[in-house]
Design a binder for this molecule. Sequence first.
Ligand SMILES: NC(=O)c1ccc[n+]([C@@H]2O[C@H](COP(=O)([O-])OP(=O)(O)OC[C@H]3O[C@@H](n4cnc5c(N)ncnc54)[C@H](OP(=O)(O)O)[C@@H]3O)[C@@H](O)[C@H]2O)c1
Length: 263
Amino acid sequence: MKQDFQNKIIWLTGASSGIGEALAYEFCQRGARLILSARRTAELERVRAQCIDPTRVKILPLDAADLENIPEKGKQARALFGTLDILVNNAGIAQRGRVVETEMLALQRVFQVNFFGAVALTKAVLPEMLERRAGHIVVVSSLTGKLPVPKHAAYCASKHALQGYFNSLRAEVARQGVKVTLLLPGFVQSEISKNSLDERGNPRGKAFAVRRAMRADVAARKMANAIARGKEQYEFGGIERFAVPLYAFTPRLYSYAVKRIKT
Ligand SMILES: NC(=O)c1ccc[n+]([C@@H]2O[C@H](COP(=O)([O-])OP(=O)(O)OC[C@H]3O[C@@H](n4cnc5c(N)ncnc54)[C@H](OP(=O)(O)O)[C@@H]3O)[C@@H](O)[C@H]2O)c1
């Protein structure tokens, strides 16, 4: 196993299940010291206990939607190991429903976690990174950050917003020693559909099937490699990843095809 995160201090959100859980195991195996965050403390404890060296892992429960509390969480995160090298904004929530039936509250809940939560967490660590002229902000976006997908307008919009914001941030801070990496997975096996919101913004509570999804540990290895290499943007997945160049180079063909998806 590579040791390319040896002694790096990584604050990872959304670490209680799915991709974030797999990233925790991957980073720990590769030598990192970790701060794991999400809302469910018991699940964070479970993940910590399963890391290869739990003594290098601390937990810091937080709600990414509680924006007022995030600056204080930033201070607490820094205090745990004395500094922070990498923030991985992975916490996220999906929402499924037709636009006409989706209430504003559902849209706001998605943006609060996926976009404003990631922004607030970043702003909580950025000043200190700029002062040290070192640091790395990582954001887990999605291929849907580049693609329109029916019945997922709120989720798509929140991921598009991440693309615009964090690509702009990169341009601002690149010459001050801070890196920004956007990760855009396709379908990955996780709890995301079970945890997704319905049209009213309430947890749906049951999964919708996604065929051909990548295993979370495979996705985590690819994501860790992209972070270690300091990539600006990394798109990956199964066959669905080819939709990105299709949309970029032949948008009318993509539009024709996507309008025919049964909703
Ligand atoms: N799975 C996919 O196919 C896929 C594809 C592209 C992108 N992504 C992105 O990957 C990221 C991880 O999702 P996943 O697929 O691993 O789904 P998941 O299994 O549902 O994990 C989501 C994580 O986010 C945390 N979270 C949700 N709301 C939160 C809040 N308000 N405050 C703090 N933490 C919160 C959850 O923990 P708690 O419930 O304990 O708070 C959980 O740890 C998301 O950003 C998602 O958009 C997933």
